[in-house]
Design a protein around this ligand. Structure first.
Ligand code: ZN
Ligand code: ZN
Length: 343
């Protein structure tokens, strides 16, 4: 079968590999759609030894059951499924509470992260990672598993703070950010302010339910402040899907006293967060969280939103033979919404 593999640090190739066989408790899927994620670029750019090689990328997977391994019940050939990509140990305190995204034993274990992913004609996954997609189009189902789940989990962490009358700022309206705008729109009554450098992304944010859009840049914080009020007022929740120095600087300037900074992007910027005698770098009582992916229960809820037509990814599709080019387009900022590879 064909597979898009990380063959060496920095090298992504379309290769021919044997079709895998499902072991006990596993299922072989015929992949139908696989989202291309910014974190795949970080995997690609990571130094030698950070990730196994060769490894097939792709952690945002929808497909159909092609073959079930021994001991697997409840799934039959042809079932349309989405894959919960995290594989926790199942035994630690976090996993026992269903928080596999906080597993204490396998910190970032998952399909396409620590074992072969879905960017191939077939992929083997543990049967307990599957959720039924039913009639939902797999091209829509795949992005729900990360581009949908990650912001859903991030927003769930702040749900209590997102009461009527509050404001939520979404910085970065890309693959995850455009889903975040919709999730805020359908699950909270907060006023949604979307921020991006791109005009097209801001138009997308409006279509997805943002009440206000603000061009990223030096004047962004002031414009947001005009919408939320001056300090110590501000946005109760700021979700940063970029996390470079400039976006973090905007985030800290617009968050309210007692607000929440939710840092999702892998941009590698620095947020100064320390009490000082003078004006503090972030308002008093502010908290920051670095969410990671989400739980299986949350993925079921995200898929329910997808089935209800309340959450829809804006997608650009590519065949498997053009996956390498799709990642380049993602790196160059040319993807509108989510890039989905359709093997
Ligand atoms: Zn991802
Ligand atoms: Zn665990």
């Amino acid at each position: 079968m064909r597979a898009i593999q990380l063959t060496a640090p920095g090298t992504l190739e379309l290769v021919e590999v044997p079709t895998p066989t499902p072991g006990p408790g596993e299922v072989l899927l015929a992949t139908a759609a696989v989202g291309a994620c910014h974190s795949d670029l970080h995997i690609l750019d990571a130094p030698a030894g950070s990730f196994p090689t060769p490894m097939t990328l792709g952690h945002e997977i929808a497909g159909r059951v092609a073959e079930v391994g021994s001991g697997v019940t409840g799934w039959s050939q042809g079932d349309a499924v989405a894959v919960y990509g995290i594989i926790g140990c199942g035994r630690c305190r976090a996993c026992l509470r269903g928080l596999e995204n906080q597993c204490r034993t396998v910190p970032v274990g998952g399909i396409g992260l620590s074992r072969d992913g879905g960017l191939a004609d077939h992929v083997v996954v543990p049967a307990d990672r599957l959720l039924p997609l039913g009639e939902l189009d797999p091209v829509q189902g795949a992005p729900l598993t990360d581009a949908g789940l990650t912001p859903y989990h991030a927003i769930a962490l702040s749900r209590d703070a997102l009461r009527p009358g509050t404001s939520a700022v979404v910085i970065g309206v890309g693959g995850l950010g455009h889903m975040a705008v919709q999730i805020l729109s359908v699950t909270t009554a907060a006023t949604i302010i979307a921020v991006d450098t791109s005009e097209a992304a801001l138009r997308l944010a409006k279509r997805m339910g943002a009440h206000h859009t603000v061009q990223a840049g030096p004047g962004a914080a002031e414009q947001i402040r005009q919408l939320t009020g001056p300090a110590p007022d501000g946005a109760e929740v700021v979700l940063d899907f970029v996390c470079v120095d400039a976006s973090l600087d905007t985030a800290r300037q617009v968050v309210s006293t007692g607000g929440q900074l939710t840092l999702v992007g892998l941009g590698g910027g620095t947020l100064p967060m320390t009490p000082t005698a003078g004006p503090p770098p972030v308002p008093l009582e502010t908290s920051a969280v670095i969410p990671f992916w989400g739980t299986r229960a949350e993925l079921a809820e995200v898929i329910a939103l997808g089935k209800q037509g309340l959450l829809r990814a804006e997608v650009q599709t590519f065949p498997l033979t053009e996956a390498v080019q799709a990642y380049q387009a993602l790196r160059d900022g040319e993807i509108h919404g989510r890039a989905v590879i359709v093997p």
